[in-house]
Design a protein around this ligand. Structure first.
Ligand code: PMP
Length: 378
């Protein structure tokens, strides 16, 4: 089996599974209870939050971590939680290539306030920074939310440039980023962000668990109310063993980052060079400025869905569009936004790595891929 669909989800690391079992033995108490077992569990959760901030080089005096059920919830909480307090005439600005958990949350805000702006793509690029500058010159904006690494293409968006524009025009604007495909995958100074989100299953942790990190001075209204856990921002019994194991997983991801990145980079380079020799392949990822863990390309003469199915029959697992939109449509909005080409957008294939693969898996992928293309042509 070759699994190149890690941007959809990764296989949980065995060490993380082991840690979960250990933590589940020791820290099973409800952290909200009043006895000593609950206290020690609570202390461990607080410690794990500090580990996360430390690994991301974020100052614990400035930032706090909220555990959630995943990046979808974190993205909802960041945007809805912020805008439920903001009824004045101010805009939320986002890109046109966000994950649906951002896009649909912004649309939801728009239904209530009619104050959303989607910044368009530029030719061969995912974000029009000049257009953002025009918006900032003319409109009152209170939040900009732009992903750091695009989940379909792997292209990196220039959040430093956005931070510079915020500093130039209105320092009170909140810069929030969906960093789900970035943490543990690219080198980045996360302290230029005011809020960020992550799902642990993208970095070999457990599914159904994520975080929102925010500057402490940003006030959010909860979207889940109940027992008032996590400073009243996210109610519900805290899943201590899961949080602790996933915090450990983030630690592993950051410690192994350089090794995994190098590995993924070599694999991506090899496959890219081989694909570039196939005349019907169009590379969609920006090779100069992208995550080493994602490679997206389109087929100009063959249906991508047919090739993906044939690969799957040979136990090679890749994606067409992202997993979250692939059941709805075979058309990639993101690829279309970048290239404005219907055929390229309908025939994209995404390979995504976790950085532990051998180069042999790339050699095997290329061999089978070429074989399949030849078979289809015959
Ligand atoms: N944002 C991005 C960029 C993603 O890739 C994903 C997962 N596909 C999510 C958010 C949502 O993560 P989850 O489904 O774990 O909530």
């Amino acid at each position: 089996m070759i699994y190149f669909d890690n941007a959809s989800t990764t296989k949980t690391d065995l060490e993380v599974e082991k840690k979960f079992l250990e933590y589940n033995e020791e820290y099973f108490a409800n952290p909200s209870s009043v006895h000593e077992l609950a206290n020690s569990t609570n202390k461990m959760i607080e410690k794990s939050k500090l580990v996360i901030l430390n690994k991301l080089n974020l100052n614990k005096d400035d930032y706090e971590v909220i555990f959630t059920s995943g990046a979808t919830e974190s993205n909802n909480l960041a945007i809805k939680g912020f805008y439920s307090r903001k009824n004045e005439n101010s805009y939320i600005v986002t890109s046109s290539v966000e994950h649906p958990s951002i896009e649909n949350t912004v649309l939801y805000i728009n239904e209530n306030f009619e104050k959303a702006i989607f910044v368009p793509c530029v030719k061969n690029g995912l974000f029009d920074y000049d257009e953002l500058e025009n918006i900032l010159k003319t409109k009152k904006v209170s939040m900009i939310t732009v992903m750091l690494v695009n989940n379909e293409l792997g292209d990196i968006l220039n959040l430093q440039k956005i931070r510079n524009l915020i500093d130039k025009y209105d320092k009170s604007i909140i810069l929030f980023s969906d960093t789900t495909q970035a943490i543990g995958k690219i080198k980045f100074d996360y302290s230029i962000l005011d809020m960020m989100s992550l799902s642990f299953h993208k970095i070999k942790g457990f599914k159904g668990c994520g975080i929102l990190i925010k500057r402490k001075n940003i006030k959010l209204d909860p979207i889940l109310v109940g027992g008032g856990q996590q400073n009243n921002i996210r109610s519900g019994t805290m899943n201590a063993p899961m949080y602790l194991a996933n915090a450990f997983c983030l630690q592993l991801a950051m410690n192994n980052f350089e090794n995994h990145r190098k590995n993924a980079s070599q694999l991506k380079k090899y496959i890219t060079e081989e694909l570039q020799k196939v005349d019907e392949v169009h590379i969609n990822t920006d090779l100069e400025n992208s995550s080493d863990f994602i490679l997206n390309f389109s087929l100009l003469k063959t249906k991508a869905s047919v090739v993906v199915e044939a690969l799957s029959n040979r136990e090679i697992y890749v994606s067409t569009t992202s997993a979250c939109s692939s059941h709805k449509t075979k058309f990639s909005k993101t690829v279309n936004c970048k290239f404005n080409d219907k055929h390229i957008s309908e025939n994209s294939i995404r390979l995504s790595f976790d950085g532990t693969e051998s180069l042999d898996s790339g050699v095997e992928f290329v061999r089978v891929f070429k074989e399949i293309l030849n078979d289809i042509k015959r």
